[in-house]
Design a protein around this ligand. Structure first.
Ligand SMILES: [Zn+2]
Ligand SMILES: [Zn+2]
Length: 721
């Protein structure tokens, strides 16, 4: 660098502004390269940032502040920065978000962090040759490690002190290492012909980009395909990233992956303790972590040599980040695989319309697993009219439950409402208990005797009389899981009833423990929400039912039918997956007050893909995603006028950029947590035009004075309205 042209360093900072910030390099150090982690003064604060570039100083360098410290030179790889740059433009969020997306929390603070305790230790060559003399504590460590690495836990369990481990590490006699896998890999089951075909297609794509949609019904053995493909990747000395929905990251899955592959899986999600997250990040970056299982944020992990990405339950909404940078981890994973030139497998029994469309457009290759692991016949489907039901259970359904229980079957009932009743109403005047902060009814919770808003979390005691007319007759309308549990235990007093929802299952292992009990037990009823729908294998369940689908039939959200179809097929897949020798035949029931509704008849063909194809045609006709790209500009404030004022100005600016803009229209839930919400629908003839228009428009919208009076954001490819 010549003296005449001083270079400034462009630093990304996690602040809600669209640009990077210029700093002078530290006085007596070389220029920090791109990807370096630096500490800089920002206003009155000191922030951690990432160096994104260098350029010739445009402002007088004397007006610029100097980087305080360079923490790590070139810490973040260029390929991740490139991925982030792509995402930041595509999803129209500030480039500075890379600090929070690419660094684990421990690395985002200027004051440093406490290094996590090593997971395990192994002997070094000098440790093997070391003479401990008369130091029994040291001798104990060295002899324990003679046979191979041991986890830190098992060493401390032998009474070895952490300080001894540290001393020996400092001496260079032992060294931290990844947690040993323990058992050698176990052999998997023999694959059926469809599984073998899927595996050979994936294996032959190793080392180049190819996106696969692995469409397999519940119980068809998708996980086994992932595992054997992962084995092939490990054999090449490469790493595997497996993304799962938040609800899917179970100890059961981790155990299965570890025992089948014979490696210690590294887990990465936001609930993992900070030290563990830092370690996982470091191990992935160093290549020590061969298999990483994580939720959506793991898509931004650094890898030394990534060879395969798997996205399980690719249709799941939790892959979309709902605040801050609103990226979609599945879609970003595909972009990443393309950049890295490696294959990616998206798996689902009920693929998203986006992925099915990508197959139709020849962007993804489809692999189908249709055979059930056993040769059990598919369950029989029935639609039951629930008009005249009591406590959410029609007499026809009760009769079927009784049949299955008395014939030794287990019953699984899905209801997407926790609590006792979704509405509390006054019989005299029609008053309903609504949340004062949201446009929503409050849910009656019987155990706590209170009303809870499931949207903003506010609670208040259940009133004894109507606040409007003082009438004491308040009635609970509809049935949530608590009410169903109560009604079922009256109807079937001789059978265990298990409720599965967020209120009943508070500990991380509660659900696993329950599942183990159910697997080993006799006839019983499981009633619950979302958690129940996911693919845990419950071989004795012969009857599965979705209890109230009506809200989805009339929803204003164009994705509601797709989500309904996914839930219905997931729950139906739980019935009779393995026929018991003398058990009842598998049966699936849909309870509705609108049995004649057209959507239900196309849903009940029994083939999800046919249903999805119909929905795609409807989306095509209506100009909706995935056939047409869509973005929302959402805004909210305590009053409506500033929201409308901003959105109207935003609309004019975006139209000026050639985009088609509808609105402002109220959000699906017009008021939430005290904020009134409206949105603009933004579309363009092609996706690149949409992205181009939004990324150019972003800073223009940010500069609007009306933007300062509301909370607003852009959501590209929104999953909820
Ligand atoms: Zn009243
Ligand atoms: Zn509320």
């Amino acid at each position: 660098m010549s003296q005449t042209e001083p270079l400034v360093v462009q630093v990304a900072l996690d602040v809600p502004l669209p640009q990077t910030f210029d700093y002078l390099p530290p006085d007596d150090e070389a220029l920090p390269p791109v990807g370096s982690r630096v500490v800089v003064p920002f206003g009155r604060r000191t922030l951690v940032g990432i160096v994104l570039g260098h350029e010739a100083a445009s402002t007088t360098p004397s007006q610029l502040k100097t980087i305080e410290r360079v923490l790590d030179r070139a810490l973040v790889d260029e390929d991740l920065l490139a991925l982030h740059q792509w995402a930041s433009r595509y999803y129209a969020y500030p480039i500075g978000a890379c600090v929070s997306l690419l660094l684990p929390p421990a690395l985002r603070r200027p004051e440093g962090f406490r290094a996590p305790r090593p997971q395990a230790y192994q002997l070094t060559d000098s440790g093997r040759a070391a003479d401990v003399g008369r130091a029994p504590a040291r001798a104990k460590v060295l002899s324990s490690l003679k046979e191979g690495a041991l986890s830190t836990e098992s060493l401390t369990e032998q009474g070895i002190k952490t300080s001894t481990l540290k001393t020996l590490t400092d001496l260079g006699w032992i060294a931290p290492c990844p947690r040993p896998a323990g058992e050698p890999p176990t052999k998997g089951p023999v694959l059926n012909s469809e599984q073998s075909h899927a595996l050979s297609e994936i294996s032959s794509a190793l080392g180049r980009y190819q996106a696969f949609l692995l469409n397999g019904v519940t119980g068809s053995g998708k996980t086994e395909v992932y595992l054997q493909a992962a084995q092939a990747v490990l054999a090449r000395g490469q790493q595997v990233l497996m993304l799962v929905p938040e609800i899917g990251l179970s100890p059961q899955l981790i155990r299965r992956v570890e025992s089948r592959l014979g490696v210690a899986a590294v887990v990465y999600h936001s609930d993992v303790a900070e030290g563990e997250r830092l370690r996982a990040w470091q191990m992935a970056k160093d290549g020590e972590a061969t298999v990483v299982i994580g939720t959506r944020s793991a898509v931004f992990l650094p890898f030394a040599s990534l060879g395969l990405v798997v996205v399980d339950e690719e249709h799941d909404g939790s892959f979309k980040q709902m605040d801050g940078p609103r990226y979609h981890a599945r879609d970003l994973a595909v972009v990443r695989a393309k950049h890295l030139n490696i294959p990616i497998v998206l798996g689902s029994a009920t693929p998203s319309l986006e992925s099915i469309n990508n197959v139709n457009q020849d962007r993804y290759q489809t692999l189908v697993l249709s055979e059930q692991a056993s040769q059990a016949p598919p369950p029989r489907w029935r639609v039951i009219d629930q008009r005249g039901e009591v406590d959410g259970l029609s007499s026809a359904l009760l009769e079927r439950i009784d049949h299955h229980l008395t014939h030794g079957g287990q019953v699984l009932l899905y209801r997407n409402r926790r609590g006792f009743a979704p509405v509390l109403m006054c019989q005299a005047c029609g008053w309903q208990a609504d949340c004062t902060r949201c446009s929503a009814h409050m849910t009656l919770h019987q155990t706590q005797q209170n009303l809870q808003c499931h949207h903003c979390g506010s609670q208040r005691p259940k009133p004894n009389r109507c606040p409007s007319c003082e009438d004491p007759n308040l009635i609970a309308l509809g049935a949530g899981t608590q009410r169903l549990e109560e009604a079922l235990s009256q109807q079937f007093p001789d059978h265990p009833i298990y409720r599965v929802d967020r209120d009943a299952m508070t500990g991380r292992d509660d659900f696993e423990t329950l599942l183990d009990r159910v697997k080993q037990g006799g006839p019983c009823i499981l009633v619950g929400t979302q958690m129940l729908a996911k693919g845990h294998h419950l071989p004795k369940v012969s009857l599965a039912a979705v209890l109230d689908v009506d809200a989805s039939l009339f929803s204003g959200d164009f994705r509601a039918p797709e989500h309904l179809g996914q839930i219905v097929y997931q729950v139906a897949g739980r019935a009779g997956r393995v026929a018991m020798d003398d058990g009842p035949a598998g049966e699936f029931i849909l309870q509705t007050r609108h049995p004649e509704h057209g959507l239900l008849s196309s849903l009940c063909t029994g083939r999800y893909l046919d249903f999805a194809t119909e929905l795609l045609a409807e989306r095509q006709a209506a100009g909706l995603p995935p056939m047409q790209s869509l973005a929302l500009v959402r805004a909210e404030a305590h009053q409506t006028p500033p929201v409308l004022a901003f959105l109207e100005e935003a609309q004019a600016r975006l139209r000026h950029r050639g985009l088609t803009v509808l609105g402002p229209i109220p959000s699906m839930m017009p008021k939430r947590s005290g904020y009134w919400r409206h949105q603009l629908w933004v579309q363009a003839a092609t996706r690149p035009e949409l992205i181009q228009g939004l990324s150019e428009g972003l800073s223009e919208l940010q500069a609007l004075p009306s933007a300062k009076r509301v909370r607003w954001h852009i959501d590209v490819d929104p999953v909820s309205l």
